[in-house]
Design a protein around this ligand. Structure first.
Ligand code: ADP
Ligand code: GN1
Ligand code: MG
Length: 370
């Protein structure tokens, strides 16, 4: 048994669960946190160790999570939903505290496992992706009246793309692992696009786009779907909920789900941007929140898809250049494969920008009428 699994077993018993714990197993496919499924015989729980590498202020995550889920519970209830199933519920320690800090300084937290749901890494069909769009659209809608600026920025400048460009250029300059010369062609492709990096942050700064509560990690696997009906049940992974732009959430979901291949596909010829998938997500998302979005926000959504793909690819490449310390990687050039994949997707997206804008307009009109 690994040391981490052993610690997880000891730490799980500190939370308000029944003892002895029947089963504890590694769970999920996240790139950042360590996740375990815990079974105490009557209930299942999700235990997580929050990566201190990614989140310098993990206790602030728990504060944000508490505020946001409290608001969501009321919003879900007032629209006739089931708050027990449609949002996360934090399980405190037996001592009453909301999380455990281990001797190494890592934060551990527990939530109720939402039963009879699945979390999918790649959308299998358009309906599934439309559902995840609806879930993130509802999430935005439920949090429309929440004061975004009252949330802590759990990772400073998370989607500040110009700042990500600076970090990337630093990594290029440092070349600490001596990997630059072998990836220069890919580095150039990212550099050729640096002039677009400021488009969204400028619009935020000028007031053209409003600050909202955003999830900031809207991958399909961060929505739980009902195992039987396939309907979206709950948005999870609230660690990066903070003030942001709707374009970030819309864009990051597209980056992930409108790709015909996995984020780390080794055969790049399988990577395409899927316009039907884009339409499906836009339909779901805008059916839930078109009424609250300004024209400028609607127009920013396709830019968001471009920006999030560009930014994420550049983050993978930065991590590769720096020696793979941030994203979990399963083999030596995993981050390089991911960075190439995002660039391949980005290039295909660039051929479809006009069509994306058209689809947004159509779906927004439909969403506003509904
Ligand atoms: P990461 O930040 O590492 O992606 P997540 O919070 O997304 O961590 O959790 C990882 C995986 O664990 C999810 O993709 C999902 O499969 C599962 N999971 C997390 N929380 C729950 C929950 N409350 N109920 C059911 N499954 C969950
Ligand atoms: C990370 O933790 P996970 O796998 O949901 C990352 C996202 C990236 C994503 C790429 C806190 O998300 O920003 O888009 O990997 N999360 C953090 O798959 O950096
Ligand atoms: Mg996740």
């Amino acid at each position: 048994m690994t040391d981490l699994l052993k610690s997880a077993q000891d730490i799980a018993t500190l939370f308000a669960v029944a003892e002895p714990i029947r089963q504890l197993t590694p769970f999920g496919n996240g790139h950042i946190n360590d996740t375990f499924l815990v079974d105490d015989g009557s209930q299942q729980y999700v235990l997580q160790r929050i990566s201190p590498n990614a989140f310098p202020y993990p206790e602030k995550i728990m504060e944000n999570m508490e505020k946001v889920t409290r608001h969501l519970i009321n919003a879900i209830r007032s629209r006739g939903g089931d708050p027990a199933r449609e949002t996360l519920h934090v399980i405190p320690l037996k001592s009453g505290l909301p999380y455990y800090r281990d001797p190494q300084g890592h934060i551990w937290r527990m939530t109720l496992c939402i039963p009879d749901t699945i979390s999918i890494d790649l959308p299998e069909h358009e309906d599934m992706f439309r559902e995840s769009g609806r879930a993130f659209g509802m999430f935005a809608h439920d949090l429309d009246s929440f004061p975004a600026a009252s949330l802590f920025e759990t990772i400073a400048r998370f989607h500040d793309t110009p700042n990500r460009v600076r970090a990337f250029e630093d990594a290029v300059l440092q070349d600490s692992e001596k990997r630059l010369s072998s990836v220069m062609d890919l580095v150039r492709l990212y550099q050729d696009r640096e002039h677009r990096a400021h488009e969204l942050v400028d619009a935020l700064e000028s007031g053209a786009l409003p600050l909202r509560v955003t999830h900031n990690d809207t991958k399909l696997n961060n929505v739980l779907l009902d195992r039987k009906t396939g309907k979206a049940v709950c948005v999870i992974d609230l660690d990066t909920v903070m003030p942001g732009l709707v374009a970030y959430d819309f864009g990051d979901a597209i980056r992930f789900g409108a790709n015909t291949a996995a984020e780390d596909e080794r055969d790049r010829s399988r990577i395409h941007f899927s316009l039907p998938m884009f339409r499906a997500f836009a339909e779901g998302y805008l059916s839930a929140c078109a009424d609250m979005l300004s024209d400028a926000e609607l127009a920013s959504l396709s830019t968001g898809a471009w920006m999030m793909t560009y930014e994420c690819g550049m983050r993978f490449l930065t991590d590769y250049l720096q020696g793979d310390h941030y994203f979990h990687s399963a083999y030596a050039d995993h981050n390089l494969v991911r960075a190439w994949d995002q660039m391949t997707l980005l290039q295909d997206m660039e051929r479809h920008e006009q069509a994306m804008r058209q689809i947004i307009q159509e779906c927004a009109e439909k969403g506003k009428k509904a």
